[in-house]
Every structure is written in structure tokens, then in C-alpha cells.
Design a protein around this ligand. Structure first.
Ligand code: NAI
Length: 261
């Protein structure tokens, strides 16, 4: 049995998932990093880059490539983690996608709706089901088991040009609540983290627009969030610092949660 705590992070190859994987490794977790692909010959980007950073931190890293929207891949992803570390203490559901094109809600296509929900909601839901069953089976490890959902402020904030994304995250928020409710008695805590506007590849295309809106006051703290902002918060949850607060929702949005006049 692995002596260190083990965290499985989806979409760990870049952006927020990378920030979470590195923050957890800094806190002493071994990491299983999922993303669509793992290219060991290409060490400057993706899971291989994250692997090198985590090894530098002295922690173990196991790549677990696969598409979380493919339900048939879920057990293989779990087995990849178990073969290496024999246990998964923390699941971080970070992988998610934005619509390929922003379209008015009156023009949202069924194809884009299905694509976004297949990853953000359906894939994440069934991956969580698969990992929660394992957490219920396995003996207690060095930290209390926990599941963290990375949703978004879009779970509660409307963007009429990204309806399918907002709907996918609102549904994900309820998935977090239902798993929190079901697993509370078994000692598995479930949390939801709602990032605001975070500087990653996902938001790169709208950087100029958001720069202006942030400067104009959209974000009270007047800056972009960074993947590290999310990573540190997830690490605190994974360590158990909020151990008496299952179902907790944390918004990390530089104060967008403040209603002001
Ligand atoms: P990103 O696009 O920069 O990175 C996402 C990573 O997930 C990529 O490495 C990608 O290959 C991987 N991924 C995508 N679909 C996958 C799948 N089906 N299976 C496995 N891996 C997959 O995105 P970012 O910004 O790092 O977002 C991470 C999460 O945070 C997403 O769920 C996103 O919705 C959420 N989020 C992002 C915000 C932002 O402002 N960037 C704000 C709020 C939430």
C-alpha cells in the first residue's frame, strides 16, 4: 500500500488541472494525472511536462491518458491508478471544455450542447461514480477520502452566448451536492470549487475582452485568477482542512460573488 496520499486529477496536462496537480504534489500527494493524451517524447507540454515538475518535487506521478467522456474508459483509468499506487484518496474532477464557438442561446446547436455536457457533466458524473465505489471499498489511507468538483461561476451566472456551458456546470453543481449527500455517512467528503475568470488556454481567445471588463470592475480584485489560486484551495480541501464541511461550495472569483450597488 502506498504510504503517501494519492490524488487523481482529470485534465491535469495544462491550465487549472496542472495548477491543482502541482499544488497537491507540493503538499505531499502522489499524483495520477489524466488528460486526453500522454506523449512521453514531448516533455515541454502536457502530462509529460507535469510529470517532470512533479518528479522534481520528489513525488510520484502516473499518467492515465483517456477521454473522460468515454464511459468505457473509466474502469481502465481507475485500474491504472490502482496498479501504481493501490489506492485513490482524492479525486479532482477538473477536466472540462468550453463550446467550440460562442453562439447566442437562440442559436445553440444540439451538437454543441451534447458535446459540452458529455464531458463536463455526463463523463464527470460517471467517473465519480466509478471512483466513489473504489473509495468505499478501500481501507482508509493517510488522508480522509475526498472528491472535488471544479465547476465554475457559470453554474450560477448566466452567459447568453455559452448556454450549454452554463447548463453543464449548473448540473455539475447538483452532482456535487448529491454525491456529498450520499457519501457523507461513509466519511467521504465532497466539495465544489467555482473558479471565476482564470488565465488558461480556455480563456486565451477572450483575453482582450476580459482584460477590459476586469479593468472596468467586473472582478472586484481587479486581476485574472491564476491556476495556482485554484490549486492552493483544492490542496486545502484535499488535506482535510475543511473536514467538517462536506458539500461546501467555494467560489474563487476575485469577489465576483459580492453583490454591489
Ligand atoms: P484548459 O482547456 O486550459 O485545460 C483543460 C484540460 O482538460 C486540457 O488539458 C484538456 O486536454 C483536458 N480535457 C478536456 N477534455 C477532456 C476529456 N474529455 N478527458 C480528459 N481530459 C480532458 O481549461 P482550464 O481553463 O484549465 O479549465 C479546467 C476546468 O476549470 C474546466 O472544467 C473548466 O470548465 C473550469 N473552469 C475554467 C475557468 C477559466 O476561466 N479558465 C473558469 C471556471 C471554471
Amino acid at each position: 500500500m502506498n504510504s503517501r496520499a494519492v490524488a487523481f486529477v482529470t485534465g491535469a496536462g495544462r491550465g487549472i488541472g496542472r495548477g491543482i496537480a502541482l499544488a497537491l504534489a507540493r503538499d505531499g500527494f502522489d499524483i495520477v494525472g489524466n488528460d486526453i493524451a500522454y506523449n512521453p517524447g514531448e516533455r515541454a507540454t502536457g502530462l509529460a511536462e507535469v510529470e517532470d515538475r512533479i518528479r522534481e518535487l520528489g513525488m510520484g506521478f502516473q499518467p492515465a491518458p483517456g477521454d473522460i467522456a468515454n464511459l468505457d474508459a473509466h474502469d481502465r483509468l481507475l485500474q491504472t491508478a490502482l496498479q501504481r499506487f493501490a489506492r485513490v484518496d482524492v479525486l479532482v474532477n477538473n477536466a472540462g471544455i468550453a463550446p467550440e464557438a460562442r453562439r447566442d442561446v437562440l442559436d445553440t446547436t444540439p451538437e454543441s450542447f451534447d458535446r459540452v455536457l458529455a464531458v463536463n457533466t455526463r463523463g464527470t458524473f460517471f467517473l465519480t461514480q466509478c471512483f466513489a465505489r473504489q473509495m468505499l471499498r478501500q481501507p482508509h489511507g493517510p488522508v480522509s477520502p475526498a472528491i472535488v468538483f471544479i465547476s465554475s461561476v457559470s453554474a450560477v451566472v448566466s452567459s447568453p452566448t455559452r448556454a450549454e456551458y452554463c447548463i453543464s456546470k449548473a448540473a455539475l453543481s447538483q452532482a456535487a451536492a448529491v454525491f456529498a449527500d450520499r457519501l457523507a455517512g461513509a466519511g467521504i467528503n465532497v466539495y465544489e470549487v467555482r473558479p471565476g475568470i482564470i488565465a488558461t488556454d480556455m480563456t486565451a481567445a477572450v483575453k482582450t475582452q476580459y482584460d477590459a471588463r476586469i479593468a472596468a470592475g467586473l472582478v472586484p480584485q481587479k486581476r485574472w485568477g491564476q491556476p495556482e489560486d485554484v490549486g492552493r484551495a483544492v490542496a486545502a480541501l484535499a488535506r482535510g482542512d475543511f473536514g467538517y464541511a462536506t458539500g461546501l461550495v467555494i467560489e474563487l472569483s476575485g469577489g465576483m460573488n459580492i453583490r454591489h450597488l
